[in-house]
Design a protein around this ligand. Sequence first.
Ligand code: ADP
Ligand code: MG
Length: 237
Amino acid sequence: MVRTENLSKRYKRKWAIKDITLEFKEGEIIGIMGPNGSGKTTFIKSILGLVIPTYGKIWVNGVDIGKSTHYKRDIGYMAQIPRFPENLTPTDLLRLVRDIYGDGKVKDYEYYIEKLSLNEFMNMPIKALSGGTKQKVSAFLCFSIDAKLYILDEPTASLDPYTSLILKEEILRKKEKGATVIISTHIIPTVEGLVDKLVYLLEGKVKFFGSVSRLKEITSQNSLERAIAKLNHVEGF
Ligand code: ADP
Ligand code: MG
């Protein structure tokens, strides 16, 4: 579903990501972890075509994204920091998304309003909403798109544990429908019991790619937290 080859991005003299070669299969949930500044957002934005790689290639659903922009219609995206026009309401935003993606692409939005308890906020301007509620609006818009690929950049960062759990359930529901999901996060409970494969980035490079159980095995740790600590501090992984 997504393949990258030597994907690299340099900002001035610093490489944000370097030689990332990975392949994610259809229907997989991929977790992207790594410390702040390790390149998670740059990697994600490259797949979305929002960051132009310095070199390297990306294919989404077999399409070289350097050659076409049409593939974006099959992606639902939740940004790390949602930037919505402050005077618009979630209802306005839904209308905008429908205009951009096309009518048939926006489905199940009533289900997500209910699930994310957004009813009372639908007609309030974005500027009146709390950070957590804005993040819920962002999740709502992302999931309402009937996509083959969902990309979520730290979706649970400012969500309460209950909403995080709902988000996790909804990600699993998308997977059941055959979608591929890429999710970056720092939060261990978000990853456990959810992801099929984990990418661990350190200073822009892939330090680990594989299942959570494989990571625990090679680090000889039972807890994901400790396995990750080992990845960070021990050479040779
Ligand atoms: P993460 O999402 O893992 O926190 P980022 O991809 O945001 O990491 O950032 C990776 C590195 O690239 C960081 O060192 C960051 O400062 C740098 N970086 C990201 N975006 C830009 C930019 N637009 N201009 C300059 N440097 C950037
Ligand atoms: Mg980030």
